[in-house]
Design a protein around this ligand. Structure first.
Ligand code: UDP
Length: 325
C-alpha cells in the first residue's frame, strides 16, 4: 500500500508514519512544518519506503500528484492547539477548511481514494450541566464567534460535514476520527498542550502553571493507542461514512492531579501555580470543565481498547523530554 499522510511531520502524523513503515507500507508525508518538525521524521528518512514533501496542502498541483499516486490518505494536517488557534485565527481557518476541501475533491476525482479524516473532541464544544461523557451523536454547544477558541471546533465540523457529504453524494470512502487529548513523545507544549508543558516545567524546576482552578478533568490517550485505533478503523469496511471517538476514558485526571503526578514522577522541586484563564489565553476564554470519550462505538466495531495507562504514558514523555532538554 502507498500511504499519504498529510501533517506527517506532526506529533500524531510522525507516529503513524513510523508505524506504517514498520508494517512495511510505503509512506509519503506532506507537511509545511507550521506546527510539525523535521526532527520528528529525521529517523525515517533513511528508509527507502519513505518520502517527504515540505509543502502546504494548499498546493493543489502537488496534492494532485501525491493523491493520484497513493492508495489511502490519512489527513492529519491542520492547525491544532487551543493556543495556536487563538494566536493564528486566519491561518487556522484557511488551512483547516480550504486544505480539506482540496484533498476531498482530488481524492474523489483521482480514483475515489479512501480518506481517514482527523477531527477533534473540540467538536463537542462547551460543558453542559451534568454532562461529562460524549458520544458521536451528541449535540455540539458552542460559544459566540468573538471567542476565537470556537473557530477550531467550527472548522473541524465543516471538515466533517464535507467528508460526510462526499461519502453520501459521491461514495468517497471516508472515516472520521475525533481525537481526545492525545499525548506522547514529539508533542510540543508550544501550542498550549498541557502534558508536554507540565513535563518541561517540572524537568527544569520552573513553576507548573495550572490555568483556572485545576479542577477541570481530561482523559489522556497515549498516541500509540490512538494510532492503533486509527489503523484498525482504516481496515474496517463498516467504518466508512462513520464518525468515531478515539480516547482513553480510564486515564481521567484533574489538571491539579496531573500537575502533582508530573512533579512526583520527575522528582521536581517546581512550585505549582494557578493562573487565571484570561491571562493564559484571551479575554472571556471559556474552558471545558470535563470531557470524557464514549468509545463504545470504536470498541464494538474493532474490538479495540486502549492499553497504555497514565503512568506509562507520562514515563515515556518524561524520558523523551529529558533527552530533548
Ligand atoms: N492547561 C493548564 N496549563 C497549561 C496548559 C493547559 O492548566 O500550561 C489546562 C487547559 O486550560 C485545559 C487543560 O489543561 O483545562 C487541557 O488543555 P489542552 O490545551 O492540553 O487541551 P484541551 O483544552 O484541548 O483539552
Amino acid at each position: 500500500m502507498k500511504i499519504l499522510i498529510t501533517g506527517g511531520a506532526g506529533f500524531i502524523g510522525s507516529h503513524l508514519a513510523e508505524e506504517m513503515l514498520a508494517r512495511k507500507e510505503d509512506v509519503i508525508v506532506i507537511d509545511n512544518l507550521s506546527t510539525g518538525s523535521i526532527d520528528n521524521i529525521k529517523h525515517l528518512k533513511a528508509n527507502r519506503r519513505f518520502s517527504c514533501h515540505i509543502d502546504t496542502i494548499m498546493n493543489r498541483p502537488l496534492m494532485a500528484r501525491l493523491i493520484k499516486d497513493c492508495d489511502i490518505i490519512y489527513h492529519l494536517a491542520a492547525a491544532v492547539g487551543v493556543k495556536y488557534i487563538i494566536d493564528n485565527p486566519l491561518e487556522s481557518i484557511k488551512t483547516n477548511v480550504g486544505g480539506t476541501e482540496i484533498i476531498m475533491e482530488l481524492a474523489n476525482s483521482l480514483g475515489n481514494k479512501k480518506i481517514l479524516l482527523a477531527s477533534t473532541s473540540e467538536i463537542y464544544g462547551k460543558d453542559r450541566p451534568g454532562k461529562h461523557i460524549f458520544n458521536e451523536n451528541d449535540d455540539r454547544v458552542l460559544g459566540t464567534t468573538t471567542i476565537s477558541r470556537w473557530s477550531y471546533s467550527c472548522t473541524k465540523a465543516l471538515d466533517e460535514f464535507l467528508a460526510l457529504a462526499y461519502w453520501r453524494e459521491k461514495r468517497l470512502p471516508v472515516v472520521i476520527v475525533r481525537f481526545f487529548n492525545t499525548c506522547g513523545s514529539r508533542q510540543t507544549g508550544r501550542y498550549g498542550m498541557v502534558v508536554p508543558r507540565f513535563v518541561k516545567q517540572a524537568i527544569s524546576n520552573k513553576p507548573i502553571t495550572i490555568y483556572g482552578d485545576g479542577k477541570q478533568t481530561r482523559c489522556f490517550t497515549d498516541v500509540k493507542d490512538a494510532i492503533e485505533a486509527v489503523i484498525s478503523l482504516s481496515k474496517n469496511k463498516k467504518a466508512v461514512g462513520e464518525v468515531f471517538n478515539i480516547g482513553n476514558p480510564d486515564n481521567k485526571l484533574t489538571i491539579n492531579a496531573l500537575a502533582k503526578k508530573v512533579r512526583a514522577m520527575t522528582g521536581s522541586s517546581s512550585a505549582i501555580r494557578h493562573i487565571p484563564y484570561e491571562q493564559a489565553y484571551e479575554k472571556d476564554f471559556e474552558d471545558m470543565r470535563h470531557r470524557e470519550p464514549d468509545i463504545s462505538k470504536l470498541k464494538r466495531l474493532t474490538g479495540f481498547s486502549p492499553k497504555i495507562n497514565i503512568d506509562e504514558m507520562l514515563e515515556n514523555i518524561i524520558d523523551y523530554l529529558r533527552v530533548e532538554a
